[in-house]
Design a protein around this ligand. Structure first.
Ligand SMILES: [Zn+2]
Length: 326
């Protein structure tokens, strides 16, 4: 196996002193619990959370753009979705490479036909055809749950006590429909999971820096979440006081709403996780923005139909890895 760890993304993007030093896993965990790590394997770069990676019974990972069998703009890319511009066999090859890179060759990939819903499926065996849903849960070993994204938020949930997992796709519609909160509810129902025990990884997604939405989206959120204003920012040039006062339904003529606002989907989903009872310390959020980091990630917003799809995967090993600690 040609695997090695090459430091953390957050450190790299923030330009801190941690310059891709090869360190032992133990050292990296102590350094900063919120740090993500990067695993490279045959040209692929897979993002992982150390707190999940240390669980010997678990496999997980968030794919990035680089490497793979697909060609896009003269680049070799790891497109994991059946898009119009790419050949089916390339996507299948890319999926096999992703599974190898996360050490899940012998697991069965369970992908979904996503439609921005709050539909959640419980799998006890691998389906013959992908089903329509935006989240999946399992406690069956040998299944690799997957969600595809290119801007939307991928979220992986782990219940270490009951050894159960979930994969969630949350765009603005899914977030508004509280899909991640409902996935926790489903884990409680199916597996007896307690929110206080869960670990959550919120992967790369379009950031509050890049995600412009119409004010109707902000209005819809403010009708659902008491703290909705925390997720939004106005597109402003000046430094007006009280920027989100229009969300409070002020009478017309006062504080006219801006045409566009910026939405931070990861913040909204973190808030849902915390509201559901997941401890803040158990929530690991990537700070990578798909819009800003098109060198590393796919962004449907920025690239349109010529964009690829990334995958977040999670599963329970059929045999525990001996080298991974607990
Ligand atoms: Zn951005």
């Amino acid at each position: 196996m040609n695997c090695d760890y090459t430091g953390t993304h957050m450190a790299a993007t923030k330009g801190t002193r941690a310059k891709n030093k090869k360190t032992k896993q133990r050292t990296r965990r102590q350094a900063d619990a919120t740090n993500w790590t990067e695993r490279t394997h045959r040209g692929l770069r897979i993002l992982q959370v150390p707190e999940l990676a240390k669980l010997a019974w678990l496999v997980h990972g968030f794919s990035t753009r680089q490497g793979g069998a697909s060609q896009l703009d003269g680049q070799r890319v790891l497109n994991l979705g059946f898009t119009e511009w790419d050949a089916r066999e390339n996507v299948k090859e890319n999926r096999a490479r992703l599974q190898a890179a996360v050490g899940a060759q012998d697991l069965k990939l369970v992908s979904l036909l996503q439609f921005h819903s709050d539909a959640i499926l419980h799998f006890e065996s691998a389906p013959t055809e992908p089903s329509r849903a935006d989240a999946s849960v399992t406690k069956t070993a040998g299944l690799l749950l997957a969600v595809q994204t290119a801007d939307c938020v991928p979220i992986l949930l782990v219940d270490p006590k009951n050894r159960a997992v979930a994969a969630v796709h949350a765009g603005w519609r899914g977030t508004l429909a509280r899909i991640v909160e409902k996935a926790i509810g489903r884990m409680q129902m199916q597996f007896g999971s307690q929110a206080a025990d869960l670990l959550a990884a919120i992967g790369p997604a379009i950031g509050g820096c890049c995600y412009e939405v119409g004010t109707e989206v902000a209005a819809a959120f403010s009708g659902q979440f008491a703290n909705a204003a925390e997720f939004f920012d106005e597109l402003r040039t000046g430094d007006e006081p009280n920027p989100l006062q229009w969300l409070n339904m002020m009478p017309p003529g006062h504080q006219p709403p801006p045409k566009k606002v910026l939405l931070d989907l990861r913040k909204a989903n973190r808030s849902q996780l915390e509201a559901a009872g997941v401890p803040a310390a158990n929530i690991f959020v990537s700070d990578l923005c798909t819009g800003c980091r098109r060198d590393l990630l796919f962004s449907y917003r920025k690239e349109g139909a010529q964009s690829g799809r990334m995958m977040a995967v999670i599963g329970i090993r059929t045999e525990e890895k001996k080298s991974a600690g607990r």
